[in-house]
Design a protein around this ligand. Structure first.
Ligand code: ZN
Length: 320
C-alpha cells in the first residue's frame, strides 16, 4: 500500500483571450500563447492534472481518486464511484478583462449532467497599480434593471468594483455577478465545475476572431438578486496563525504566514490543499520533505498526519 504523501501536479495550462505570460514567474512550464489559467489541481474532464512526484507520478487525479480516494481525501469528500474530487485549484493571469459572468448553484435545472454549481474565492497574488475586481451588483439592482442594462450596453453601471492590491481576498458564492479585470494574478479555489454564464464580454472577439457566446437567459435565471453573500477583505495577519478568508459549505480557506517552524496535522475529515503565495520554505512529513516556492500547490492526504512548515513564506490552506 502506498504511504500517504503530499502530491504535486503538473499544471494544465489554458489559453484565453484575456491571458498573458505572468504565470512564468512561478517557474511553471508554459506552452506558447496567451495563457490565462493554470489548472493546478484538477479532477475535471476538461483538464485532469497529472502527478509529478512520488510513487503516483504519471497518474492523474482521477486515477488517484479511484485508487485511494476514500482514505486520502477524507470523510467529508464522500468519495464514491461517481463523485469527483470536490475542489478545483487554479492560478489565473488576467492580462485583460475577463467577461462579466455568473455561475449557477448546484440546483440549477439546466446544469449539464454530472456538473456542479460553482462557488469560488480568489486571493490576489499580484496586482498592477489601479487594477480592479468586480464582485456583485450595486445594492438594489433588480432583475428588470439588469436586463434593461444588458439590452442597452450599460451593464458596467450596475456593477460593484474595487481597486485591489496583493493580499486582498474575495468570496464569490454561486449567483454573484463578477469579473476579474486586467492586471491581476490570483489563486482561485472553487467547486469542481466548469460552468460559466457570460453576461457581457466588452464586445470583444474571442481567440477565433468571433464574438464569444453570451448566456443572458441563464445568467438572469442564476443571479442572486439582493445580497449574494459575496465578501471582500484585507488579509494582514500575524505569523504562524491562521486567518480565515472564506468559509462555505464547499471549502474553508485560511491564510498563514510561516516565520518559524509550524507543526500541523491533517484530520480524517478532509485533505489539505496548500498553495504557496510567496516566499520559500519546506514542507516536512514523517517520510519525506519537499521545498516550497511561490506558485506551488500540494494536495496533502487526510491520512498524512503530522507535517511541519518552515522557512519564510505565505500559504493558503484549503480544507472541506
Ligand atoms: Zn468565475
Amino acid at each position: 500500500m502506498t504511504q500517504a504523501y503530499p502530491i504535486q501536479f503538473k499544471a494544465e495550462m489554458k489559453e484565453k483571450v484575456w491571458g498573458g505570460r505572468a504565470l512564468e514567474q512561478f517557474g511553471l512550464e508554459m506552452p506558447d500563447g496567451a495563457i490565462g489559467e493554470g489548472w493546478m489541481i484538477s479532477d475535471h474532464p476538461n483538464g485532469l492534472t497529472k502527478v509529478i512526484n512520488g510513487e503516483f507520478a504519471g497518474l492523474n487525479l482521477e486515477d488517484i481518486r479511484h485508487r485511494v480516494g476514500k482514505e486520502w481525501f477524507g470523510t467529508k469528500s464522500n468519495i464514491d464511484a461517481d463523485t469527483r474530487f470536490p475542489l478545483l485549484i487554479k492560478l489565473l493571469d488576467c492580462n485583460d478583462d475577463l467577461s462579466v459572468q455568473v455561475h449557477p448553484n448546484d440546483d440549477y435545472e439546466k446544469l449539464p449532467k454530472g456538473e456542479l454549481g460553482k462557488t469560488e474565492m480568489w486571493y490576489v497574488l499580484d496586482a498592477k497599480p489601479g487594477a480592479k475586481i468586480i464582485y456583485g451588483l450595486k445594492p438594489g439592482v433588480t432583475r428588470e434593471q439588469l436586463a434593461h442594462a444588458l439590452e442597452n450596453n450599460e451593464v458596467m453601471d450596475t456593477l460593484q468594483e474595487v481597486e485591489v492590491v496583493p493580499g486582498d481576498s474575495f468570496y464569490i458564492p454561486a449567483g454573484t455577478v463578477h469579473a476579474l479585470c486586467s492586471g491581476v494574478v490570483v489563486a482561485e479555489i472553487q467547486q469542481n465545475s466548469d460552468t460559466t454564464y457570460r453576461l457581457y464580454d466588452y464586445n470583444r472577439p474571442g481567440l477565433d476572431g468571433e464574438l464569444r457566446e453570451l448566456h443572458i437567459e441563464d445568467s438572469l435565471n442564476t443571479v442572486a438578486f439582493g445580497d449574494s453573500g459575496a465578501t471582500y477583505m484585507k488579509t494582514e495577519t500575524a505569523p504562524n496563525t491562521w486567518l480565515s478568508l472564506a468559509k462555505s459549505p464547499y471549502f474553508h480557506v485560511e491564510k498563514g504566514i510561516v516565520a518559524a517552524p509550524w507543526q500541523l496535522t491533517t484530520t480524517p475529515e478532509s485533505f489539505v490543499i496548500l498553495i504557496v503565495c510567496e516566499g520559500e520554505g519546506t514542507l516536512t512529513w514523517e517520510n519525506g520533505q519537499e521545498t516550497l516556492q511561490a506558485g506551488q500547490c500540494f494536495l496533502l492526504p487526510a491520512n498524512l498526519g503530522k507535517y511541519t512548515l518552515e522557512g519564510n513564506c505565505t500559504v493558503l490552506r484549503s480544507t472541506l
